[in-house]
Structures are given as structure tokens and as C-alpha cells.
Design a binder for this molecule. Structure first.
Ligand code: FAD
Ligand code: SF4
Length: 479
């Protein structure tokens, strides 16, 4: 930012007249917007249009990245936005939270040649944020309302993407979700510092204005069975995600102040949304002033350590049983956490939790990596006589998630699952073994990424459309 621009920052203090201040604030916005425009153009123009779009190949949505970079470099922002949103229902969300280092940016040819990647995610976010500011993003308008309806179970990214695609086709869409707000892990899992909540709320509001009906606090399995919903709708999409937290079964794991990651993150997210959260307000789920230990090495663990830092924890440690090179989480997230002061204890695994009533100390084993196991990864093995003890006021378990038992939960014994507990679907149509019941997102893939959930939601929507069209034709023939 130039000195010229900076002088507008403290505008309220400098000018006596409110009107004058408002005018100058507008000037600032204009200058700032111009500055950002120039930065985005400058970055976009670094794309060599190499003809081998590895970035596009490694984007799960096959976003046409080189073309929207070219349009941005030329200042043709409306066209850039139209192209970007033609393959992605939430480009501003992916731009913020995709692990770009593993996807588009990590495979950018300029990055591979050692010149630093083009910041594809930031530009994607910029193009869509600009479109919101300019008022180009409008609710869906339907020309031909169809009579058929689709019931979607789960308002996470997979459910939301499918809802938008199907609503555009004129179908009546109802989304059922057991949470009080739509968004799934976007709203209650991913922390605000990575994805601001208004960004999700803006999207769900747009869908509501476009006629999608949201039915919150509605748990399938409790408030209705799957069969009841099947009778009500012409097709069903199950997009319920995976929520069964993996457990640590060790001596002392029942002590107080040992929490699953989602309990900690949901409390923090609810607080950020302005809700009253008793367990946070009374200090139980608040890391402030405490020695925090997070067990796990994935992105959820990184979100926990970084949230604890922001809650002013006294110290934050992360225990992971493999080394840094073998962490499942994004390297960028680990880098960010280290920079914020999180201490990583690589090759360490808890052996026992100690305390009178609540957690006080953890006995930790040192680990060495042995021969590769079935998965091809080196097997962690305990080093003998290597124990050490660390102090902990709160332990957060972030060891990953498995699917809930949906056939049991939905009272639908016939619904087929895989050996991992995910839903079994046809590879091409995404239909389960129950006619007219489709599935998408984490409940099919296992814990994955937002961008993959969007891709699945879009693909399932295309299949559901085919199914409904055929059903309508069959009905006409019978009549
Ligand atoms: C802490 C955390 C951080 C993450 N960070 C990232 C990240 O930075 N980038 C990234 O790409 N991915 C990230 N992920 C992964 C990503 O959030 C998921 O892959 C994605 O949200 C899956 O989308 P989904 O629609 O399949 O399921 P979800 O987002 O889980 O949504 C499922 C919805 O179904 C509802 N539901 C479940 N059961 C029922 C029922 N019986 N009845 C009614 N409703 C039900 C739930 O309430 C929920 O709203 C993160 C995950 C976690 C846990
Ligand atoms: S959706 Fe994700 S992977 Fe695809 S271009 Fe955007 S940031 Fe990259």
C-alpha cells in the first residue's frame, strides 16, 4: 500500500465532518480496490498459459484456471467470474480453504520451475468477492418450476452444491440438517480465522432466496426414517459427512478435560457466531491460560492448535506419532502453526493420562519409524525406555473421523455400506443400492476435502436429474 493510500486509513480521527469522512472513506475504498485489482492482474499475468494446465488437472473441479487468469490479467472480471462459477458453486470458499499446495498451486508449472506459484486460490477468492461487491451474484430464478422434489440430508458443501445445481433445473429442494445452522463442517468445523462465517451465511441466504427450503434441527433417524423421506420426495441425496471421532483407549483417557476435536471447535465456532455456549463461558472448553496438548497430525489437529493459540492458551503442544515429512495435514498449515508458536513433538505418542480427577500430565512414548506397513507408510514403533512426561490442563483428541452407522441410524437395514462404513454407491451414478437414493461427499469418500464434496454434489445432482427425467417419462407412459 502506498503512503498516499495509507493516509486514508485513520480518516475518522483526521476529519471533523462525518460527511467529509464518508466521502474520503469511499475514496479509500476506490483506491484500495484499484490497488487490489492491480495486484490480482499482476499475479494473473504471471501465468505463462503453458498449454499443459497441470493446475487444472490437479483441481478436483477441473476449474479452467488458465483462462480465468488470462481474463483477470486483462481486467475482464465479469467474464472471469462467469467462467470460474461455471465449474464451482463456492469459488470464494475454495479460494480460502483448499490445500492449494497439494492441488492447483503445487502443480503450477511456474512453481515447478522454481519461480514461485501463481497464487491461484487468492485470485479465485478475489474474482468472486469482486462479483459479490459488484452485485453480479443473484439468487436463482426459475422459469419452469417442476413438480418433482428432492430431499437432501445434510447441508454441508456436498448437499449445498447439489441443491443449487438441482434448483437451477427447477426441482423443489428441501435440505434436512440436524444442526441449527446450514453449512456442515464449513460452519461448525473449520475455524473463523480460515473461513469467515459470513461467507457461508451469504451463500446459504442466496440459496434460500432462490427457493431452496432449509429444515434445520431435523435429524434423520430421530425426526423421521429414511423410508418416510423417500415417500415424501422423488429422489433423496444423503450427504451427511463423517462424524464418529476416533478414540484413544489408554489408561486415564476417561479423565476430565480430555475432549474430542469437534467439541472444542464447535464451541469456539458457536462463540464466534455470537451464541451463548455455557461450557465455553464457564471455562471448560476455553483454552485461555491453559497448557493445551493436541493429539494428532491432520488438518483438524492444526485447526485445534491454532484455535487454542487464538484463545490465549499458556502453551500449545502437538503430539504426532510420525515425523514432519509424514504428517497427513497440509504443510502450509504446519508452517502457520509453527510460526504462531505451537510446539510440535514429532515421533511422540501418549502412553497414559495422569491426574486425580482431571488431566494433569501425559506420559509420552518416543516413537521410531520401522518397516512400511500394508498402507506403504513406515510403521510407528515404540522406543524402549524412552518415556517422558508433559503437563496438560486440557487434551484435545484429533485422530480423525469414521462414518456413523447409517443403516442403523436411519432405521434402514437394507442400505449397503462398505467395509469402512461409508455408503456403497454406483461408481458412475452415485446411486446407493436403494432406488432413487443417492450419496455424495465424505459419507462416500471418508473424511476428505470441501472441494471434493462440491464435486460429488455436482455429479450426484447430474445423476439425480437423469433419474428424475426418466421417472417422469415412465410416469407419462404409464398414464
Ligand atoms: C476441523 C476440520 C477442518 C477442516 N478443514 C478443511 C479445510 O481447511 N479445507 C478443506 O478442503 N476441507 C477441510 N475439512 C474437511 C471438509 O470440511 C469436509 O471434507 C467437507 O465439509 C465434507 O462435506 P460434506 O458435505 O460431505 O459433509 P459435512 O460438511 O460434514 O456436512 C454434513 C452435514 O450433514 C448433517 N447431518 C449428519 N447426519 C445427519 C442426520 N442424521 N440428519 C440430518 N443431518 C445430518 C450434519 O449436521 C452436517 O451439517 C475439515 C474438516 C474438519 C473436521
Ligand atoms: S477449487 Fe481449489 S484446487 Fe481448484 S483452483 Fe480453486 S483453490 Fe485450486
Amino acid at each position: 500500500m502506498t503512503k498516499e493510500m495509507l493516509k486514508f486509513v485513520n480518516i475518522d480521527k483526521e476529519t471533523p465532518s462525518k460527511r467529509q469522512a464518508e466521502t474520503r472513506k469511499e475514496d479509500f475504498k476506490e483506491i484500495y480496490r484499484e490497488f487490489i485489482n492491480e495486484k490480482a492482474k499482476e499475479q494473473s499475468s504471471r501465468c505463462s498459459q503453458c498449454g499443459v494446465p497441470f493446475c487444472q488437472v490437479h483441481c478436483p473441479l477441473s476449474n479452467n484456471i488458465p483462462d480465468w487468469l488470462k481474463l483477470t490479467a486483462e481486467g475482464r472480471l465479469m467474464e472471469a467470474y462467469e467462467l470460474s462459477e461455471s465449474t464451482n458453486n463456492m469459488p470464494e470458499i475454495c479460494g480460502r480453504i483448499c490445500p492449494q499446495d497439494r492441488l492447483c498451486e503445487g502443480n503450477c508449472v511456474i512453481e515447478q520451475s522454481g519461480h514461485g506459484t501463481i497464487t491461484i486460490g487468492s485470485i479465485e477468492k478475489y474474482i468472486t468477492e469482486n462479483a459479490w461487491n459488484e452485485g453480479w451474484i443473484k439468487p436463482i430464478k426459475i422459469k419452469n418450476e417442476k413438480k418433482q422434489s428432492v430431499g437432501i440430508i445434510g447441508a454441508g458443501p456436498a448437499g449445498l452444491a447439489a441443491a443449487e445445481q438441482l434448483r437451477k433445473q427447477g426441482y423443489n429442494i428441501s435440505i434436512y440438517d440436524r444442526y441449527d445452522r446450514p453449512g456442515g463442517l464449513l460452519i461448525y468445523g473449520i475455524p473463523n480465522f480460515k473461513l469467515e462465517k459470513y461467507v457461508i451465511e451469504r451463500r446459504t441466504k442466496l440459496l434460500k432466496e432462490g427457493g431452496v427450503v432449509f429444515i434445520q434441527n431435523f435429524e434423520v433417524g430421530k425426526n423421521s426414517t429414511l423410508d418416510e423421506l423417500r415417500k415424501k420426495h422423488d429422489a433423496i441425496l444423503i450427504a451427511t459427512g463423517v462424524y464418529r471421532a476416533r478414540e484413544i483407549k489408554l489408561p486415564g483417557s476417561n479423565l476430565k478435560n480430555i475432549f474430542p476435536a469437534m467439541e472444542f471447535l464447535t464451541a469456539s465456532n458457536k462463540k464466534g457466531l455470537g451464541d451463548k455456549v455455557e461450557l465455553f463461558d464457564n471455562g471448560t472448553l476455553n483454552a485461555e491460560g491453559k497448557d493445551i496438548v493436541v493429539v494428532g497430525g491432520g488438518d483438524t489437529a492444526m485447526d485445534c492448535v491454532r484455535t487454542a493459540v487464538r484463545q490465549n492458551a499458556k502453551s500449545v503442544k502437538c503430539l504426532y506419532r510420525r515425523d514432519k515429512e509424514n504428517m497427513p495435514g497440509s504443510a502450509r498449515e504446519v508452517f502457520n502453526a509453527e510460526e504462531e508458536g505451537v510446539e510440535f513433538a514429532w515421533l511422540s505418542s501418549p502412553k497414559e493420562f495422569l491426574g486425580k480427577n482431571k488431566i494433569e500430565n501425559i506420559v509420552v512414548n518416543r516413537i521410531k519409524l520401522g518397516e512400511p506397513d500394508d498402507s506403504g507408510r513406515k510403521k510407528p514403533e515404540v522406543e524402549e525406555n524412552s518415556e517422558f512426561t508433559i503437563k496438560a490442563d486440557m487434551v484435545i483428541k484429533a485422530l480423525g473421523f469414521d462414518p456413523e452407522n447409517l443403516p442403523k441410524l436411519f432405521n434402514s437395514k437394507d442400505l449397503q455400506i462398505t467395509k469402512w462404513g461409508t455408503l456403497k454407491t454406483d461408481f458412475y451414478t452415485m446411486e446407493t443400492n436403494l432406488a432413487g437414493v443417492f450419496a455424495a461427499g465424505d459419507i462416500v469418500r471418508g473424511a476428505s476435502l470441501v472441494v471434493w464434496a462440491i464435486k460429488d454434489g455436482r455429479d450426484a445432482a447430474a445423476s439425480i436429474k437423469n433419474f428424475l427425467e426418466n421417472k417422469a417419462i415412465r410416469r407419462t407412459k404409464v398414464a
